[in-house]
Ligand binder design. Structure first.
Ligand code: WQD
Length: 334
């Protein structure tokens, strides 16, 4: 058996796919999740996909008593910290909920990790910390700025981690800045299926294709982009999961703190994604162009070369596979 990895928020979209990749690579996996934005059924699906056992603790990462119990019972080698609230729009309406939760969970986790001398961490950050980039593609040393409380919690936590590593260089930390994760495991057993009206583009497209929602609103077609609609770097969630395995290898091999973009380096517009989705799934996705969404930027895509050089990470799956897998998941779970 390889090392034992604690995954906070491991029942979530990216956490569950990462758990499958780690189990299949021979790591032991322990999950803590309060199921506030996920379902306990995901645990059995992870076991089914990987044919491996998973240890699950239902609870909140703010609960230091529970965290101490876990670290006492399990010899944790590395922690991947996903657990957080992540809806940009909700964070604007309820900033205190976001600052309290996203900071409290992280501080509680770091204090208990410190107490148990477990100082290897992979942190789930986001390309949103780059704000509106001055040029493209985006490199890790670009200026950081945020335009919403969700993004600001990620930026604040990055700063906390940098200060912690400076105060105690025995911490080994990989900060992963995700671009736009979409798609689902090829089995269709796990994927992204928000219970309420989706904020993000792909889950919305899927629900329109599946006739759960009537029509897609495309937020603006007057951006300075190839067809006027927003351009983003979509990355398959299975590639993103693989990136976490590479980050675990890194924090086990070296003791330092560093940041890595996890993207493909390719930018696709909203219209390109919609047309690709319709073509590969042979399904209609009615849409209408409406006004811009406040806070949106025109274009955002990664320079993936540093993650390749430092982690040996390179996304392999293309936009067509992302569209196919995203729809297959919902079709299989109708
Ligand atoms: C993508 C494009 C929209 C919905 C956010 C967060 C980021 C991360 C991913 C958490 C944009 C357009 C969208 C719709 C549309 N979240 N769009 N109609 O805003 O790039 O990133 O989600 O980690 O931190 O910032 O993703 O999917 O919301 O939007 O036209 O119904 O699709 O304008 O151009 P975004 P998104």
């Amino acid at each position: 058996m390889k090392e034992k990895i604690l995954i906070t928020g491991g029942c979530g979209f990216i956490g569950s796919h990462t758990a499958c990749v780690l189990l299949e690579s021979g790591y032991e996996v322990v999950i803590i999740d309060n199921l506030s934005n996920s379902k306990v059924e995901v645990i059995d699906k992870i076991k089914k996909i990987s044919s491996k056992e998973v240890t699950f603790y239902e609870g909140d990462v703010c609960d230091k008593k529970l965290l101490k119990k876990i670290f006492k019972q399990e010899k944790i080698d590395v922690v991947i910290h996903f657990a957080a609230f992540k809806a940009v729009g909700e964070s604007v309406k309820l900033p205190l909920k976001y600052y309290r939760n996203n900071l409290d969970t992280t501080l509680s986790l770091l204090e208990v990790m410190n107490e148990f001398n477990c100082k290897r961490l992979v942190f789930s950050s986001s390309a949103t910390v780059y704000g509106s980039p001055k040029s493209l593609p985006i490199k890790e040393d670009f200026p950081l700025s945020t335009t919403n409380p969700y993004g600001t919690t990620k930026l604040m936590i990055e700063q906390i981690l940098k200060d912690l590593a400076k105060s105690d260089p025995t911490w080994s930390i990989a900060i992963l800045r995700y671009f736009n994760p979409i798609g689902a495991h090829e089995s269709g057993l796990i994927g992204e299926n928000p219970n309420d009206i989706p904020n993000n583009l792909m889950p919305y497209i899927v629900k329109v294709a599946n006739k759960e929602l009537e029509i897609l609103s495309i937020f603006g077609s007057d951006y300075d982009t190839k067809d006027g609609t927003g351009v983003r770097d979509y990355i398959h969630v299975m590639d993103l999961a693989k990136g976490h395995e590479k980050a675990i290898e890194k924090v086990l091999a070296e003791t330092k703190i560093d940041c890595y973009n996890l993207g493909t380096g390719e930018g696709y517009s909203v219209l390109e994604l919609v047309e690709t989705f319709k073509r590969v799934n042979n399904v209609d996705v009615p849409y209408k162009i409406v006004e811009r969404r406040p806070g949106d930027i025109a274009a955002c895509y990664a320079d993936p070369t540093y993650a390749y050089k430092e982690l040996g990470f390179k996304a392999e799956r293309g936009i067509e596979e992302m569209c196919k897998d995203a729809y297959h998941f919902v079709e299989k779970n109708k």
